[in-house]
Ligand binder design. Structure first.
Ligand code: ADP
Length: 359
């Protein structure tokens, strides 16, 4: 019989009798059942009910079981899927298992107890694998953290030295009584400004750890706050700012989300020429919230896209713009990951970039 804790299962089958049978029998074995009659319906239901396991029929009109499975795997790499079919071919099983399917059950399903046993075994094995994977990642991150520390120390000393040297040199010139004190003071202010920006970035990278403090935030308020913060920079650079942010709330860590969006807006300003536009938009469907920062700037070549989220990942756009440390997007991605979301980018050189945060 079923264990005490209810298992949420999504049954995907075009046969209404089969759906009905499982809808009636599986709850008696400790399952909470949701059903879908097609692969497309299954995808939208996964967003809504967040099942622990999917039981997927192979023979369906439209997108068949295997194709639906591939779609599911793409978006939910950690969702166990069991396929059932009346005409299982070795080739189908091979592809399904190779692509990360968990188990394969022959139809007709006559014995519900056996089905229950197989589903629970899949869930147990899956949980074991997940734990092992997490331990491996934690171990790897620990080693990584050591390497990261030495990299950051090397980078910090290199990055800080230039503005520090400027500060020293120009201050000495000022002290010696140069002819253009205003110009020299300006250089000192620039160097101090750059130092301060670097310190901010280093501090942000150092405080990436820490569990998110989730609260319900008003999205328009947060965006308005950021606009006020960046208004001056946007105006001075001659950029047009557009917003399309509905009056929605979002469950997120205020400081982390603010940092992510401010990194994205800062980049959009930096990599868009005067006269260009930046658009901040958002939409929510009750399950997800998607916030995007789009610019009509210089864009990023396809080959460079993957690297920009890496530590110290930067692209030399050859615009004469002083390259940064390549920490901003790395930090943004880390923070979005910590909130359980996704940070994506699409970009076209010469046309612009769209960065999207999905929470
Ligand atoms: P940094 O911390 O140095 O500012 P980021 O990690 O924020 O760097 O960005 C990494 C690289 O990605 C940048 O060097 C830049 O080349 C590229 N990039 C980021 N945002 C944009 C954008 N909106 N348009 C074009 N290139 C961008």
């Amino acid at each position: 019989m079923g264990e005490a804790k209810e298992i949420t299962i999504l049954v995907v089958d075009d046969d209404p009798d089969m759906r009905r049978l499982l809808e009636v029998r599986l709850p008696q074995l400790g399952y909470s059942v949701t059903t879908a009659s097609s692969g497309d319906e299954a995808i939208s239901l996964i967003w809504q009910v967040n099942p622990q396991i999917v039981l997927l029929d192979q023979e369906m009109p439209g997108s068949d079981g295997l194709n639906s499975f591939l779609d599911i795997r793409n978006t939910w790499p950690d969702l166990p899927v069991v396929m059932c079919t009346g005409h299982g071919s070795i080739e189908l099983v091979r592809v399904f298992m190779l692509k990360g399917g968990q188990d394969f059950i022959q139809k007709p399903i006559l014995d519900l107890e056996t089905l229950d046993f197989r589903l629970r075994k899949v869930l147990r094995d899956f949980e074991k694998e997940r734990k092992a994977r997490e331990e491996l990642i934690a171990a790897r991150e620990k080693v990584d953290a050591e390497a990261f520390k030495s990299m950051i120390l090397a980078s910090i000393s290199h990055e800080l030295r230039t503005p520090l040297n400027h500060l020293m040199g120009f201050s000495q010139m000022l002290a010696a009584g140069v002819e253009q004190p205003v110009e020299i003071s300006q250089k000192i202010i620039e160097a101090a400004d750059r130092l301060s920006g670097l310190v901010d970035k280093i501090m942000a990278a150092a405080t990436l750890e820490g569990n998110p403090v989730i609260s319900v935030l008003s999205l328009p308020d947060l965006i308005q706050e950021l606009i006020v913060y960046f208004e001056w920079q946007i105006k001075t650079k001659g950029l047009i700012l557009k917003t399309d942010v509905p009056a929605l709330s979002v469950s997120a860590d205020y400081r982390k989300l603010r940092k992510v969006l401010s990194n994205l807006i800062e980049n959009a300003i930096k990599f868009t020429e005067s006269g260009g536009a930046i658009k901040i938009s958002a939409f929510g469907d009750g399950v997800r919230m998607v916030i995007s920062v789009a610019d009509s700037g210089i864009g990023i070549a396809e080959k460079d896209l993957k690297g920009i989220f890496e530590r110290f990942g930067k692209v030399d756009h050859k615009t004469g713009e002083r390259p940064g440390m390549g920490m901003g997007l790395y930090a943004a991605k880390k923070l979005v990951d910590l909130m359980g979301g996704k940070l994506d980018v699409t970009s076209e050189p010469g046309k612009g970039s769209i960065f999207t945060v999905t929470l």
